[in-house]
Write a protein that binds this ligand. Sequence first.
Ligand code: HEC
Length: 174
Amino acid sequence: MFARSGVWALLSAACAAAAIAWCARGGVAAGPPHVEASSQIAAGRYVVQSAGCNDCHTPGWAVSNGTLPESAWLTGSSVGSRGPWGTAYPPNLRLFAHALPVTAWVQLFRTSNGPGPMPWWNFSHGKMSDRDLAAIHAFIRHLGPAGTAAPIDLPPNVEPSTAYTWAVPPAGRH
Ligand code: HEC
């Protein structure tokens, strides 16, 4: 009887130890999902790449098949995205993140809304964890400021002098 309960006690202690080790390895993540990486900058690089920030904020990204060097990443685009909002240009995030403290960056992502060409709906209001948002900020700052500011956004009635794509064509246009 004693021997039996002793075995159980040992077994459960071993299980608890195994569970703690598993938790410590990240088997059970505390809080909202987030990326695990060897550093915050590596996490930021991963999120930027997989969340598709380069698709819009890096000129020539699609044509390069995603092979542009990091030095060219997120420098903003002068190809407008036209829709009911007018024409919006993906800003230069290398300059933007350099100027904005991380708390304001995270706050911007927590609260911003569409509709518009920037797909906030994928990232804001807790869809992307604060930890990953801060990692993006750290990674962009690590790249350093580069490039020039994107053109100023235009209201709907103004014809852009730059190239642009219709995100939402007006009625009767294809
Ligand atoms: C589908 C294209 C697209 C994708 C993908 C995209 N953006 Fe944007 N982003 C834009 C456009 C266009 C604007 C400008 C919106 C405007 O002017 O109304 C913008 C605006 C922003 C702003 C606001 C800057 C300001 O002046 O307030 C930040 C910050 C930003 N994007 C970061 C990101 C990050 C980080 C990612 C990836 C997680 C990302 N964007 C993905 C198109 C995109």
